[in-house]
Design a protein. Structure first.
Ligand SMILES: [Zn+2]
Length: 406
């Protein structure tokens, strides 16, 4: 207790985040070396991008952290800056590694043949956060846009689900952060899009489950995927939705898409082992900018704004990457359901469905629907729970499928 408390500034919190990000990518960089890595990037950030870190530093100033002496074992009863008991503090990096190892094992046991991989429909998820409020336990990420693509290698992507979600009231003191994060990314208003951002969380969950049940295909239970760097926040926001709806969540877990790509790549290779590295999959394949300027893959709003921070285009691009990489390896003919439509598609190629966004739906329909009580249990095994949500009879044809025209 003798050492003087060291003030942690905004840059320190930036380094913490970057260190966590590097750890996710498999690089363990000690804190003393972080400033050399983070410094140049920090100096390039705009004031708006730095704002969340200044707020975290201010927050800590108001709620001082007890000094931790690493040479002494923590005594029961002492807490860290998040209020967690030091004696019960978890090694999050190790837990994450263990979770990934388990997921990779499950995927390996589920996808054992080329046929199994090509015929299985998977569900690709993205949720845009309205804002990221890392210091708030229950509102760490507030959702504002959600998209799901049902995809299989043989059929490509024909069905999508999309909606704007109302993030609820922005916690007091965080409005500026939320606004600046929105301005830097998706540009959705912090108070939701009038008439479009939905607060009927229970209905959204029921629609999601209905979408998955309707389009599931293949020998195994439906599996949900998100890109590694967003899978934690997608998982968090799905549970946030369930909490707001007052139900238990029906999805067991969100898998990392990179792990699936490596498993499919192993199946495609003659040696049975993937030659891809995780870093390559994440940074080389999935972070492609090749499709940034495709038209017609974003939701109507983001298409009009030419804004690439769109959940719809994000999941669409995952499907293009999967098709582009795997269809030739599995000898699957590429159709317009696999890749963005080109102006001169040869005759005879199957035309994919085209996403019709929610804006075309008469306003007030969603709000007027009575949602029956939902009783959801934990999923059995790995996928959805056996219990079926009662699905309200709503404007589904307009939401989930399309008229095939552009
Ligand atoms: Zn969008």
């Amino acid at each position: 207790m003798s050492s003087k408390k060291k003030q942690r500034n905004a840059f320190f919190f930036y380094m913490l985040d970057m260190q966590e990000e590097l750890r996710r990518q498999g690089r363990n960089v000690p804190m003393p070396q972080m400033s050399a890595i983070a410094g140049p990037k920090w100096s390039q950030l705009s004031d708006a991008e730095k704002a969340p870190y200044h707020i975290r530093a201010k927050h800590e100033k108001r709620n001082p952290t007890p000094v931790i002496d690493p040479s002494r074992p923590p005594r029961a009863g002492k807490m860290d800056c998040t209020g967690e008991l030091l004696s019960e503090r978890r090694d999050l990096a190790a837990e994450l590694e263990e979770k990934r190892r388990r997921q990779a094992e499950i995927l390996k046991s589920l996808f054992t043949s080329k046929r199994g991989a090509t015929d299985q429909t998977i569900f690709l998820f993205d949720i845009q956060p309205q804002c990221t409020l890392k210091e708030l336990e229950s509102d760490r990420w507030l959702p504002c846009e959600l998209a799901i693509c049902a995809y299989s290698l043989t059929e490509g992507s024909k069905h999508n689900y999309h909606c704007f979600i109302h993030p609820g009231p922005i916690p007091i003191g965080y409005r500026y952060v939320a606004q600046s994060q929105s301005d830097q990314t998706h540009m959705l208003p912090v108070d939701g899009l009038p008439g479009q951002s939905r607060k009927d969380y229970r209905l959204i969950l029921a629609e999601m489950q209905h979408f998955i049940e309707t389009h599931r295909k293949g020998p195994i239970e439906p599996l949900l995927f998100a890109k590694r760097d967003v899978s934690e926040r997608v998982d968090f926001m799905l549970k946030w939705l369930a909490r707001k709806a007052g139900v238990e969540f029906f999805i067991d877990q969100v898998y990392e898409l990179e792990l699936l790509i490596m498993q499919w790549d192993a199946l495609a290779s003659s040696s049975g082992r993937s030659s891809l590295t995780l870093i390559y999959v994440t940074e080389g394949l999935l972070n492609t900018s090749s499709y940034d300027y495709e038209t017609g893959i974003k939701c109507k709003l983001h298409d009009k704004e030419e804004n690439k921070f769109c959940s719809m285009s994000t999941v669409k691009i995952y499907t293009f990457v999967l098709s582009d990489h795997f269809c030739p390896k599995f000898s699957i003919p590429i159709t317009s359901a696999h890749l963005p439509e080109q102006p001169n598609i040869p005759a005879g190629i199957v035309k994919s469905d085209v996403f019709v966004p929610r804006m075309n739906i008469p306003r007030g329909v969603a709000a007027s629907q009575e949602v029956p009580p939902i009783t959801m249990g934990r999923g059995r095994g790995r996928g959805l729970s056996g219990k079926q949500l009662p699905i309200p009879q709503v404007r589904e044809p307009a939401r989930f499928t399309s008229n095939g025209s552009k």
